[in-house]
Design a protein around this ligand. Structure first.
Ligand code: TRP
Length: 334
């Protein structure tokens, strides 16, 4: 809780642009909850450097991502959208929490194992303690809920463990966060391998739609989407490609599966792909237009960056000071 309101925290990596899966599964649904929760959306650039980054590219991606959040409809006056690196309390709390986290716990993290296999030339200790920084992110804002995908569940669990351990020793300092289920965003699958999640790290560009893809590119990717040889449009697990197209359509337009099936009755796969492609283009065009407008409006974006860093810093510092007192650091002299 913060100022009597429930608090929500989420972080997003600024690597490349985001996919239609991220948008339909997360961002689009967040627009509805800005009045219910005090929302913090952080572009987690501290996390990004656990793998090697080109500084110019990272800086550009971070700014693009921040603008995309706003372009997607999150009101930056109501939602605190900010860069993690602009609020030093994240790194400070992460250090303290490192001293309350065991090697054995970090060793069990499956994402660490995956990532260290992938980046075997750079297994740095930042990558190892990545979940502790995530815990700091969440706990600084006394988050009640954290909307994350299933791949981050283990990190949220360790956050809860660390928070409970700390509270156990020092009294009620941290809110124990829950995973946010909310209005279940649909899980959007790859257009090329529809049993796998849509991912921007997939090397086949036809597998995913990026939020800033040109309309013509979007249509081409849908036209190339993998289907099956059944030849009927049905919503069932045996036809994962068709099912995914229907899911994308429903998540985009807000219609039910039944309504979509009725609408598509008698269509061939080619026509189905065309319809889904058109719906997605219609949805993303205004987002892309807003993104282009925001890109031109540097002063406005800069003021958002500044104000939101201050706002996030205000709440984060409050928690940090409390923690510093609890662990026995000397009081600051004013
Ligand atoms: N690790 C998350 C991811 O890769 C991003 C993240 C960082 C995050 N800090 C967070 C998500 C705090 C939720 C809460 O998706």
């Amino acid at each position: 809780m913060l100022d009597g309101k429930k608090s929500l925290f989420s972080g997003m990596q600024a690597t490349g642009t985001i996919t239609l899966g991220n948008y339909l599964g997360a961002l689009k649904n967040w627009v509805d909850i800005e009045n219910e929760y005090m929302c913090f959306y952080s572009v987690v650039d501290l996390h990004s450097i656990t793998v090697r980054q080109d500084p110019k590219v990272l800086r550009k991606n971070a700014r693009d991502l921040l603008m995309l959040y706003i372009a997607a409809g999150l009101d930056p006056e109501k939602n605190c959208i900010y860069y993690q690196s602009h609020v030093s309390a994240h790194a400070e709390l992460a250090w303290i929490l490192n001293c309350f986290t065991y090697m054995g716990e970090m060793n069990r993290m499956t994402q660490f194992k995956d990532k260290s296999a992938k980046h075997s030339d750079n297994i740095n200790t930042g990558l190892f303690t990545y979940p502790v920084l995530m815990a700091a992110d969440i706990l600084l804002y006394q988050a009640d809920v954290v909307p994350v995908g299933i791949d981050q569940k283990q990190h949220l669990e360790i956050t809860r463990d660390i928070a409970a351990r700390f509270n156990n020793i020092y009294g009620d300092v941290f809110t124990i966060p829950e995973m946010y289920m909310g209005k279940a965003g649909r899980k959007i699958m790859s257009l090329q391998e529809p049993t796998k999640k849509m991912s921007k790290s997939d090397t086949n560009p036809n597998s995913h739609i990026l939020l800033l893809d040109d309309p013509a590119v979007i249509m081409k990717k849908f036209k190339r989407a993998v289907t099956d040889s059944e030849g009927v449009i049905a919503y069932r697990d045996e036809q994962p490609g068709i099912k995914n197209l229907i899911d994308i359509y429903c998540a985009t337009t807000g219609c039910t599966v039944e309504a979509a099936l009725a609408e598509f009755d008698g269509l061939g796969y080619g026509a189905l792909k065309q319809r889904v492609g058109e719906a997605v283009i219609a949805e993303l065009e205004p987002v892309q237009q807003r993104f282009r407008d925001l890109s031109k409006n540097k002063d406005y974006i800069n003021s958002i960056i500044k104000n939101n860093a201050e706002k996030a810093g205000y709440y984060a510092t409050k928690t940090l000071r409390k923690v510093q007192r609890k662990v026995g650091f000397p009081d600051r002299i004013r």
